[in-house]
Design a protein around this ligand. Sequence first.
Ligand code: ZN
Ligand code: ZN
Ligand code: FE
Length: 787
Amino acid sequence: MGGVDIRADRDLQTPAGLKRRIRCHFTGTVQGVGFRPFVYRLALAEGLAGFVLNRPDGVRAEVEGEVDALARFLKRVTGELPPLARIEHLARTELAPTGEEGFVIRTSTLGGSKSTLIPPDIATCEACERELFDPADRRYRYPFINCTNCGPRLTIIEDVPYDRGSTSMRAFPLCEACRCEYTDPFDRRFHAEPNACPVCGPSLTLLDATGEPLMTDDPLREAAALIREGYILAVKGLGGFHLCVDATKEMAVARLRRRKLREEKPLAIMVRNLDGAKALALIGEHEERLLTSPRRPIVLVRRREGAAVAPSVAPAMPDYGIMLPYTPLHHLLLAEGLEALVMTSANRSDEPICIDNHEAVSRLEGIADYFLVHNRAILVRCDDSIAACVGGAPRLLRRSRGHAPQPLGLPDDYPPVLALGAHLKACLCILRGRQAFFSPHVGDLETPLARDFLLENVALMQRISECIPETIACDLHPDYYTTRLAHTLASQGPEGGVNVVAVQHHHAHIAACLAENHISERVIGLAMDGTGYGSDGTVWGGEFLVADLGGFERAGHLLPFVLPGGELAVREPWRPAISLLKEALGEDWPVSAGRLEIVPEGVDSALVETLLARGINCPVTTSLGRLFDGVAAIVGRSRKMSFEGQAALGLEALARGAAAPLPWGILPGESLRLDWRPTIRALVEGRLKGRDPASLAAAFHATLIEAFTAVALEIRARTGIERAALSGGCFQNRRLLEGCLEAMTRAGLQVATHRQVPPGDGGIALGQAVVAAGRTRDRDAQTRRSR
Ligand code: ZN
Ligand code: ZN
Ligand code: FE
């Protein structure tokens, strides 16, 4: 983020009355955000001549006029920006005056490139919200009101460049009144591509469970009434359908869970306004900014005791996921006497969000009682983004609606790369020059529909980034769908033209953190997560890497343990638990396992003992995620889980107050091994002595923080590296992230963490991309040398 380079007032000290001409080149977020009309209005207001136009590399303006007017223009152009615009750099060049008269917005057809950045979808702005509830306004209660500062963008786009003709608004010819607004540079709706009104724009329909329209004058009021009665409604939103119920009605929420086959995973809540959010949760300054930002993510916030929300919304979780309304439709629904709505992506488990009306009716059969739909097509699926404030900074945990496809700036120029991500929380990333484009969140690639969605995204992202990749990056895991897809896509490209680069999972996590933080030197990387394919073919997940973008060494890791039952261990924390007990306690482990009632009823413990003793279906792992699961079971929580990471979340939720760390050790060697066996022994002893599980959970976190810091310092002593990077899904755990940040910083390390890129597998594609780009560059350099 370079500073704005303006020396407006200083170097324009020529006598008044003399004309000058200046070329301004603006870069940053200056396209699709009403920047050109803003420049136009300013130029007219200051009586300047010239033009403004969009270019692939930013916005260019030439302004000519009196010196004082020019100075005022330059001051105002940076000082009075439209809400969504941001200037990163303004380059000025002095030109000879041409005597031109009048100021125009030129059409941009420069350089053959149709590249203008596609903006993300933006929440209803305050001006539109006011009009929405103003009985005198021609768009009073119109659910599709929008302007240059707000409304759908990515989700209605078919192709670039972004203009009405290439969006799903093409189906709605502008009426006279809307056209006037659209063509008037002084109007807030000048070139607002989705501009619409009740006369010419989209409209709502209410459907019953079979997709038959209901006869009603006011589908929205009718829908709100049905929600108040406890029905489940599928509501068409910006990037897809939500399933929506009254969040205060336990019966309704419980029924939604049963029908959606979603046992315990927390459900997001939408409240009417900030006060509504404050009534349910503790909202700090950062949370407030996240909640009210035009990107409107779901924000994870600490719930208030006794908040008026049905228990089933987020059972046994300390946080609620809360968002504020981001479409006019949401505002109108909540204004119908609804305090809080459960708003969860409309899908069955592991499937992508529904976007099409017919698709919704058929895929949500047996789940939704009614459908509130409209006739503006959603062309791009885009789930809600998720954010939280951790360690005093806002952080994105899922980067999707409101962010996609806005690129992230990179410090380096990269060759074109497509990175496909891993297997869970899939999200892909394209590098083009100094920019990294993330796709909308795809999710776990467990179902054919999810895989189709990934393919949709590959096509979409290539189209809107206008990038034809020379390199496709994927995970090192040979059996991931994304790995196979990488090879398929490469084989469809020009012969020998596209190469596939497989990047080790945890290296990719650290590389993502480095790229996001513009770090090119070697760091001590802590990659902590559930599962990743290791270079040695075992399951890694508690890794201390000495890494840069070019490569890594495994400087340390958790002491390995086995996972009895393999994949089953992800959902059944007693499995890692008995493995940890066996390692920590030796032959006597079944006694303690019995006293702590680790093995659930109905499981033949003798059989499990035999399998464990013989090592049948017992893959080896260093996964911190599985260590968390096992410890949760030992501490007495989470016998069975309905989603990955639930036990770890539960353990974090359980932890209360400060607690002293438990014993742990480092086993020496070329690669350090963090020995958690003393910790397990202490936990077992604590349990048997009747120590409070909340304090044991806190002590376990404190142990990890102390041990991670010690291992990092040992690596610093060996290598002299002063910088650490924290990545991997386990760093979504606030207590762990905040603790590590604090302890490592105190020990004198510079610690890099994620903010704009998710720490989990949702951010891994960026790391894959930059590592693969580096390798491609090296390879190309080598071929050039050998010629
Ligand atoms: Zn607006
Ligand atoms: Zn109209
Ligand atoms: Fe991971």
